[in-house]
Design a protein around this ligand. Structure first.
Ligand SMILES: C[S@@+](CC[C@H](N)C(=O)[O-])C[C@H]1O[C@@H](n2cnc3c(N)ncnc32)[C@H](O)[C@@H]1O
Length: 195
């Protein structure tokens, strides 16, 4: 079970994010957090996999990073990237309040550039930033994936044109199985099993 401290932070972020995004006209100041039901599905996928090394592209204020960090063991690690330093600072504060900052490394910068510098292997990648860059990021990350790996991407139903390139790139990977789950804004789920 997610502990009470984490649950309280998540519930507070959901209420605050909804109010903020409704009143904030500047898109860069919106939090654009995952819908709760998508986060719950991601948790259901992550917990039984026992993923140890997770990469998240698109941290915002840390809502989904908290879900990911709360779904892995103490030895597991999440690396999360966002180009907006203000949001990274908010994420750091929120992870601290949830008691999960030890499990999460936050990096500020352009994800397409940063992923070239990261060492794998990753057991799970969650793409939740600008959808256009995801195919290029995926190409760089392919050699850095564990054999058994899960690739998730949000916004398939809400931004079909923007995410089409990513889905087309996934379709070329013959060793992956894939589906789109119509939850929240639409979650792409692709996975490769052990040999
Ligand atoms: C949809 S929000 C992420 C929401 C977050 N995953 C959550 O559920 O709480 C997208 C974030 O990606 C960041 N972003 C967009 N394009 C990026 C890029 N090329 N490199 C790094 N961050 C990027 C934005 O600053 C924004 O905070």
């Amino acid at each position: 079970m997610i502990d009470a401290q984490v649950r309280a932070v998540l519930e507070e972020l959901e209420a605050w994010g909804e109010r903020n995004d409704r009143s904030e006209a500047d898109r860069s100041r919106k939090m654009l957090n995952l819908e709760r039901e998508t986060a719950e599905l991601i948790r259901a996928l992550v917990v039984p996999r026992k993923a140890r090394r997770i990469l998240e592209i698109g941290t915002s204020n840390g809502y989904s990073a908290i879900w990911l960090a709360a779904s892995i063991s103490e030895e597991g690690r999440v690396i999360s990237i966002d180009r907006n330093a203000g949001k990274t600072a908010m994420a750091r504060a929120n992870l601290d309040r949830a008691g999960l900052s030890e499990r999460v490394e936050l990096i500020t910068g352009d994800a397409t550039e940063l992923v070239t510098k990261l060492d794998g292997p990753f057991d799970l990648i969650f793409f939740d930033a600008d959808r256009f860059s995801a195919p290029e990021q995926l190409a760089v990350l392919l050699p850095k994936l564990s054999q058994e790996v899960l690739l998730l991407a949000d916004n398939v139903l809400s931004h079909p044109a923007e995410i089409a390139g990513y889905l087309a790139a996934l379709a070329t990977l013959s060793d992956f199985e894939r589906t789109v789950v119509p939850v929240g804004k639409g979650l792409s789920v692709a996975y490769r099993l052990a040999d």
